[in-house]
Design a protein around this ligand. Structure first.
Ligand code: AVJ
Length: 320
């Protein structure tokens, strides 16, 4: 265990992780086969995603970073200096760094399901920002926020960058926003990144990069399932498919079974017809208006939005 600096507090480091095996198996035995996109992020998958963020075709990450950097004074003023900044699904905590010096939060609370990532990222952050109080929590936000009582009093702002909300079906996105509204209380705020609806060509390119990194990222989930369920998926028997579903305004990612095959998985035989797919991810794209409406149903009012000049991506501050 890494020696935590004095300003970093770890909570709930050994959560009882849900029964991942049955969840994955259930998804693969449905009429339409699915794997939840959270399983992309084993060590290899997280490294492949870091590569994706640097691809020329994949505009979201660099665009959001530029929006946060160029508007950090105004964003910090909106959030409120001295607020308690809470980040569900904090990963490497890279984006919070863009705001810390101007925001000067009373505390920063990263929450992540992966204890390893959380320890490493929170320890590094605490060493780099000795003045910052860090309360790192290992949990799945769907189950709530454990150890809330350890947080200092003060205005709470949830930070949810990356358009990760796009992975959720609209109903789940609404439930997530309701959970945020409950967590931040009547005086709180939400600072969130949302990828915007745009041309099919631009979106398809962002999920079908020329170098094939997104294909490897998508296929890699099969290796993670093999590890988790002693399964025998062969990546070579599947191919990457990503397309923009205009009706639902979402990018869909699938893995296509190249031929009829049967795969051992969790003690079961999973049958695939030739051309049958596993649906591995949705990335919903919003207009500012659509997103404001969705947030409104969760009791959150859009107070200010920041967009890049090409209107590719948006960052919003909402309040209860
Ligand atoms: C991290 C979920 C925002 O949906 O664009 C990148 C993941 N998938 N390329 C996204 C992803 C394919 C990314 N999110």
């Amino acid at each position: 265990r890494v020696q935590a600096p004095v300003n970093v507090h770890f909570h709930n480091l050994h959560p009882s992780v849900g029964d991942s095996r049955s969840e994955i198996l259930q998804g693969l035995q449905g009429k339409r086969k699915t794997i939840n996109p959270k399983w992309f992020y084993n060590k290899a998958g997280s490294a492949l995603f870091e590569q994706i963020t640097r691809l020329p075709e994949y505009y979201p990450t660099r665009t959001e970073i530029r929006i946060l950097q160029e508007n950090r004074q105004e964003i910090s003023a909106r959030c409120g200096h001295g607020c308690v900044l809470m980040e569900p699904g904090s990963g490497n905590c890279e984006k919070a760094r863009l705001l810390l010096d101007t925001l000067q939060p009373a505390a920063y609370a990263p929450l992540d399901i992966s204890a390893g990532f959380l320890e490493e990222a929170a320890t590094r952050l605490g060493n780099e920002y000795p003045w910052l109080k860090v309360h790192a929590v290992c949990a799945d936000f769907n189950d709530g926020w454990p150890c809330e009582e350890a947080l200092p009093a003060g205005k709470r702002v949830v930070f949810y960058p990356g358009s990760t909300i796009g992975n959720l079906e609209p109903e789940s996105a609404r439930k997530f926003l309701c959970r945020v509204r409950k967590l931040i209380g009547d005086e709180g705020g939400l600072l969130i990144g949302v990828d915007l609806h745009k041309s099919e060509a631009r979106l398809n390119a962002a999920y079908n990069d020329g170098a094939g990194v997104t294909a490897r990222f998508n296929l890699n989930v099969l290796n993670h399932v093999n590890q988790l369920l002693d399964a025998e998926f062969d990546e070579a028997q599947f191919s990457h498919r990503a397309f923009y579903n205009r009706d639902h305004r979402r990018i869909e990612m699938h893995l296509v079974s190249e031929q009829a095959q049967s795969v051992r998985c969790g003690g079961e035989d999973i049958a695939f017809a030739s051309g049958e797919t596993i649906h591995t991810e949705n990335s919903y794209k919003y207009t500012v208006k659509d997103f404001a409406e969705l947030a409104g149903t969760a009791g959150l009012t859009l107070a200010q939005s920041w967009l890049d000049p090409d209107r590719l991506f948006s960052v919003h501050y909402l309040e209860s």
